[in-house]
Design a protein. Structure first.
Length: 204
């Protein structure tokens, strides 16, 4: 296996240099057009880094759940989940983070890189409440750079093409995975059957 070990080697592989469109799209502040992308997105992947390595966590809610607080700040509620708090542990120790927003039906994706902190300000938490249930914390990102990503990955993957949707019956269920990894102590069919109601009661 031949490994690239220097920046010079890497840049030589990817010549010529990026075209103007690849660099002119980068902004250090929220623009009106980029604000519309954030407000339309119901899903983002949150990337963080910490002493144990990197983490990438799916985050989703109603479109606009990531709030544009001002042109240098994004805010995202930490909704109920598995309480592993991997991403949040990282943010407390290393503020570097990134969001990758997806927009169902669109080839455009949107990236936000910056530095985050966790707020537990009562008024801020209450402003993100859904069905009377506020999040336990809010991720507040100070924006370093913003830019849209070209559509090739979405086009190649046919991500939004219903004809390419996977038959979930062909996949292991969470209950199957848990049962396999715990010798049947956790998971199984009962776990899968109970999940929809459990999720409904604990969504927020």
């Amino acid at each position: 296996m031949t490994i690239v070990t220097t920046i010079d080697q890497l840049e030589a592989l990817y010549t010529p240099a990026p075209v103007a469109a690849s660099t002119l799209k980068v902004a250090q502040r929220m623009t009106p057009q980029y604000r519309r992308l954030v407000q339309a997105s119901p899903f983002t992947a949150l990337a963080t880094v910490g002493p144990e390595g990197v983490d990438c966590s799916p985050r989703g809610d109603q479109p606009g759940f990531v709030r544009v607080h001002d042109d240098r700040t994004l805010m995202m509620p930490d909704r109920r989940g598995n309480k592993r708090i991997d991403s949040l542990r990282n943010i407390v120790r290393d503020p570097r983070c990134a969001f990758l927003f997806l927009l169902p039906g669109s080839g455009t994706t949107f990236r936000a890189n910056g530095r985050a902190r966790l707020s537990i300000d009562p008024e801020l938490l209450e402003s993100f409440a859904v069905e009377g249930k506020p999040p336990r914390s809010v991720i507040v990102m100070a924006i370093d750079e913003l830019y849209f990503q070209c559509a090739r990955a979405i086009v190649r993957s046919e991500l939004w093409n219903p004809a390419r949707h996977i038959d979930t019956a062909s996949l292991p269920t969470p209950g199957d995975i848990l049962a396999s990894m715990s010798d049947g102590v956790v998971g199984g069919q009962n776990y899968d059957q109970a999940w929809p109601e459990r999720a409904r009661q604990t969504m927020w």
